[in-house]
Design a protein around this ligand. Structure first.
Ligand SMILES: [Fe+2]
Length: 448
């Protein structure tokens, strides 16, 4: 085999792997849109986000714009749609979008655009070099990899959106099964040690998003962390004590949000008389006491203040998740093997959380459970660049637009997170008053 053949073979292997992942990701987002009744695509289930029809166009526009229009210089076939569907929104100043359904194109036109964009992306993936001779954004399949992960992240955020759609606007689906009682609270001691956050740019230049670079160490003093996520049983005790409605446990900003939105409990639960119910994806059911409490950052912060504890920093959570008593860091809490269903509640297998502690095979080396899956874990760390951060050349605002001290880092993944996004360096972030995310938390205590 000469040098050209081996280069071509490596290129073909990358191409095939990317094509398979792109197919899987498209299948996942197609499956989610298939849950929505056609007329409901005009709805805006979350006031801070676009109407659903935007996302139908956005997933395809993002791929076409990034790969074909901007990288390969292909001529746009529907430039107005390229712009209309280019970027989502995340207003931080209370300025909610004011558009009406008639401001958007017909669903059929958006679907036709999507079909054409997919064909162009497939053709590009089949024919464009991905080796050292490629456009610098395509080397190793970099921009294709980013497009696939962008779609997978939307597969999750679309679930948040559809969760807030009225039940009659969706097809039917499974309801969560009844949950056992909540296990007793237990603190796990984590000795002082070093956490290695981030990705090494020289070692893995094409693997991560810009906010994952560069790798660096943080020395973490000894602390203790709850062995499992805070459950609804725990959180209802907080509400029923009256502390949820006591400004003493809230920051001024968080209390102003709670008052303004007239929030009497977290978004995912409701109270009918004496009974608490869970507002599931496809229906309401009695609240499972041992499910992780899905709450906003503001609600998590108030809870830990009430307990006299704290939310973990990103470095503390990282150390509890990947550290080990022998000082070595693992790729995943359970070891270095890839994620499997026995390790946690993630990967689109379920719409609902599992009782905490249901996946002991996924425990960390320190014996902390459910650190990946079953709900993102809030941290007290504001989203900010790691040392050596460089914005993505083809998507410079992906992270940098959110380094505004108004977003907090979450780690770990939810029931709707793709396993590829469970890698150690992956970071997610949301505003403290955005209550729609499958996000839970656990408390820490300082020990030094
Ligand atoms: Fe997007």
């Amino acid at each position: 085999m000469d040098a050209l053949d081996s280069r071509t073979d490596a290129d073909a292997a990358t191409r095939h792997a990317l094509a398979a992942r792109l197919d899987d990701a498209r299948r996942e987002t197609d499956r989610i849109f298939a849950l929505v009744r056609a007329e409901a695509l005009a709805q805006r289930p979350i006031p801070e986000r676009h109407r659903l029809i935007f996302y139908l166009g956005h997933l395809e526009a993002f791929d076409w714009n990034l790969l074909c229009r901007d990288t390969l210089g292909r001529k746009p076939f529907e430039p107005a749609f390229d712009r209309l569907f280019a970027f989502g929104i995340d207003p931080t100043n209370g300025n909610l979008p004011q558009d009406t359904p008639s401001d958007w194109p017909a669903v059929d036109a958006v679907r036709r655009y999507g079909t054409r964009a997919r064909r162009a992306v497939d053709e590009a993936l089949a024919t464009t070099p991905l080796d050292a001779s490629a456009h610098e954004h395509l080397r190793g399949g970099w921009a294709f990899h980013i497009a696939i992960e962008h779609r997978l992240m939307h597969a999750e955020t679309l679930a948040y959106l559809l969760h807030q759609l009225p039940y009659e606007a969706k097809t039917q689906g499974p309801l969560p099964t009844p949950a056992p009682p909540s296990p007793p609270r237990r603190m796990v001691e984590i000795p002082a040690g070093r956490a290695r956050l981030g990705l090494d740019r020289r070692q893995d230049p094409w693997l991560g998003w810009d906010n994952e670079y560069d790798a660096h160490h943080i020395d973490v003093p000894a602390f203790a962390i709850e062995s499992h996520d805070v459950t609804w049983n725990d959180y209802l005790a907080f509400i029923e004590s009256g502390a949820y409605d006591d400004p003493a446990f809230w920051s001024a900003e968080d209390w102003a949000w709670k008052t303004r939105t007239e929030r009497a409990q977290p978004l995912f639960v409701a109270r009918y008389g004496e009974d608490w119910i869970y507002r599931g994806m496809f229906g309401e059911v009695p609240l499972g006491p041992s499910w992780p409490a899905y709450v906003s950052h503001a609600e998590a912060a108030a809870f830990v203040r009430w307990r006299g504890q704290a939310l973990p920093t990103e470095a503390q959570l990282h150390r509890a998740t990947y550290g080990s008593p022998d000082g070595r860091e693992r790729a995943y809490p359970w070891g270095d093997g890839p994620p499997a269903s026995r390790h946690g509640q993630f990967g689109f297998q379920s719409w609902d959380p599992a009782p905490v502690g249901s996946h002991p095979a996924g425990d960390s080396a320190f014996g902390v459970t459910d650190l990946l899956g079953n709900g993102w874990k809030w941290t007290s760390t504001l989203f900010a660049p790691f040392p050596g951060f460089v914005p993505l050349p083809f998507y410079p605002g992906y992270s940098a637009d959110f380094f505004d001290e108004r977003h907090y880092v979450m780690k770990g993944g939810s029931v709707r997170t793709d396993p590829s996004l469970l890698r150690r360096s992956f970071r997610n972030w949301f505003q403290p008053h955005y209550p729609y995310v499958y996000a839970t938390f656990r408390a820490v205590e300082a020990r030094s």
